[in-house]
Design a binder for this molecule. Structure first.
Ligand code: F6R
Length: 608
């Protein structure tokens, strides 16, 4: 939530910042702003709306600067408006800063600062930081910043400029993502890699309670005792192209199409040529893995749905019971945590505040945490005992697609790993499963080739005011995920339900105005789905069915059929999901919505 960028170097500062902001716009997009230092004065421009508005306003202005910062906002305190947009300044206009996070004690601080004469210009929690630094500032801005940070409760990633130190950017973080990019005669601050990939792949992951001072040729990191500390420079695995649209109308579509390739990458990463699983960096003892008595999975949103599918996979191939919890619920309940438990956190970004809070809670119980994550070096990966990367590349579309199927594939492979260690799977069965999994990328491509048909079905259904998604067994979570995709990007109310629950309530919703997406692929419970379909038809609900290729019987009941290739039910979520992603995408796209930046959403939810 909120994207921040800072730059110091010889390039055109405004264009580096604007471009960086555009690549961070997925993090929040209700207002944007920029501050640059020009001739020892701070020039600020900010706008309600998209970065393109800010860009247009800056075209007319000539600025000569070597240092500046920018922000794209997802409002928490104060409505989206010009006055609430970042950067914010102190009373004298000598300090400007951008912030991602929430200052929980800002009310109290604001009151105290007002009593001391500070004039506030916005309703944001952020503005207190600028005034506090100004209050503490005597000779060293860094010392003033550290004093300020010690007063704050909450989360922050900050970038700061100051007229007395026109060559230096200051930055600090606590519970909000932040990286420092190291270039040649230039350095960067950013919330996330896409903002700086074009310029450098060398990054420093600033840790919580660290402050950095950055000039174009130097980066120095300090702790809260104002003591200089060493840091590590990492190399990002992404290339610039992986964060570009490559001719697709939207990132979301590009990311849907990337899925077969990502799954193949995961095979290369986590399978040996002879078809055994290899998780070389698992960092968990074999003995521990062999004797796991319970797995608890925590995650939010789409990643939570992956966890739910994970429960079906793990429980059907191992003897380990699995509990899946929403991170936001887990963190405030009293979980029963027993020895020999493994705790799995799933997250695309690795920065989701609730998931981080959940693992911090579990850490107090001395339980091992394995994270399944897409973003290298993210907070989640730094705080876990063990990491499995999903290798999906940067996911820019706000609605998660490729990260989800990559999470599923990791869960399949991890399950096989555990089952093999526990001697539950014999060689023949393992071989058979791996052979089925290896077919998936090819089968997903078949679905993608069929996308015109899905688009046409979408066209015929976009006028429906509400959708119900029904699935059973391993495709119950798929129904939840399909409904989530549709509501996120098309704003049509959509509810996912376990089909067996239909008679316990949702059937009351069904009439000729309700569209129902039924997942009825070949499986042991296929006939049960058919019964549900007949019940919906009897109430004149309009059905779109996902069925397995070759199923002619279904035509007796339903006209609108999306066929998926034949696959065992256990692996079908990897195919059904792709059809539902395309279905949601085309409904939103044809309706003319900004698919990559749905209203009110932000890509990584770094506040509670
Ligand atoms: C839905 C979506 C969100 C995320 C959720 C968790 O399309 O993107 O529901 O899945 O916010 O985010 P991560 O996976 O980054 O923890």
């Amino acid at each position: 939530m909120c994207g921040i960028i800072g730059y110091t170097g010889n390039k055109n500062v405004t264009s580096v910042i604007l471009k960086g902001l555009k690549n961070l716009e997925y993090r929040g997009y209700d207002s944007a702003g920029i501050a640059v230092l020009d001739n020892k004065k701070i020039f600020i421009s900010k706008f309600k709306g998209r970065i393109s508005d800010l860009e247009n306003s800056l075209k007319k202005i000539k600025i000569k600067s070597q240092i500046g910062l920018g922000h794209t906002r997802w409002a928490t305190h104060g409505e989206p408006s010009k006055k609430n947009a970042h950067p914010h300044t102190d009373c004298f206009g000598k300090i400007a800063l951008v912030h991602n996070g929430i200052i929980e004690n800002h009310d109290k601080l604001r009151k105290e600062l007002k009593e001391k004469g500070c004039k506030f210009k916005s309703e944001t929690d952020t503005e207190v930081i600028a005034h506090l630094i100004s209050k503490f500032y005597k000779k060293s801005l860094r010392k003033a910043l550290i004093k300020t940070l010690k007063k704050l409760k909450g989360s922050y990633a900050l970038a700061i400029i100051n007229t007395d130190n026109p060559e230096k950017l200051l930055t600090a973080r606590c519970d909000s993502p932040l990286i420092i990019g190291k270039g040649k005669n230039e350095n960067f601050i950013a919330s996330d890699a896409p903002a700086i990939l074009e310029h450098t792949k060398k990054v420093i992951y600033l840790k919580d309670y660290q402050v950095a001072e950055i000039s174009k040729n130097k980066v120095e990191v300090f702790n809260f005792k104002n003591k200089k500390i060493p840091y590590k420079v990492n190399t990002l695995a992404y290339d610039k192209e992986s964060a570009e649209k490559k001719g697709y109308k939207h990132y979301m579509l590009k990311e849907i199409y990337e899925q077969p390739k990502i799954l193949s990458t995961l095979f290369a990463q986590y399978l040996t040529p002879s078809g055994r699983t290899k998780f070389t960096n698992l960092n968990l003892k074999r003995d521990f893995l062999k004797n796991i008595k319970k797995i608890t999975i925590v995650a939010c949103g789409t990643a939570y749905h992956a966890g739910l599918v994970g429960k079906y996979i793990i429980e059907s191939l191992t003897d380990i019971p699995v509990e899946v919890d929403l991170s936001s619920e887990f963190r405030y309940r009293n979980p029963i945590i027993k020895k020999k438990s493994l705790f799995i956190a799933i997250s695309q970004s690795g920065e989701t505040a609730d998931t981080l809070a959940a693992i911090r809670k579990i850490k107090q119980h001395n339980v091992k945490i394995l994270s399944i994550c897409n973003v290298l070096g993210s907070s989640l990966t730094r705080e876990s005992n063990s990491i499995i990367y999903t290798h999906a590349g940067p996911e820019i579309g706000v609605a998660s697609t490729k990260a989800y199927t990559a999470q599923l594939m990791v869960l399949y492979l991890l399950t096989l790993h555990l089952a093999t260690l526990k001697n539950i799977l014999d060689k023949t069965k393992l071989k058979k499963i791996i052979s089925s999994l290896k077919k998936i990328p090819h089968l997903q491509k078949q679905i993608l080739r069929n996308d015109k048909k899905i688009k046409n079905i979408a066209k015929r259904h976009l006028h429906f005011g509400a959708f119900l998604y029904l699935g059973r067994n391993i495709n119950f979570p798929t129904a939840l995920e399909g409904a989530l995709k549709l509501k996120e990007i098309s704003y049509i109310p959509a509810e996912g339900y376990a089909a067996g629950e239909m008679k316990h309530g949702p059937i009351a919703l069904i009439d000729e105005y309700r569209a129902v997406v039924c997942i009825a692929n070949n499986s042991l419970i296929y006939e049960k789905m058919v019964s549900n379909i007949r019940e919906i038809l009897a109430r004149r609900g309009k059905i779109v069915v996902i069925a397995t290729k070759g199923n002619k019987n279904i035509k007796k009941y339903v006209k609108e059929i999306i066929y998926i290739p034949k696959i065992e039910n256990l692996f079908s979520p990897l195919l059904v999901t792709v059809t539902l992603q395309l279905f949601a995408y085309y409904i939103a796209q044809i309706k003319g919505y900004d698919v990559d930046k749905p209203r009110n959403l932000a890509k990584s939810v770094t506040v509670e």
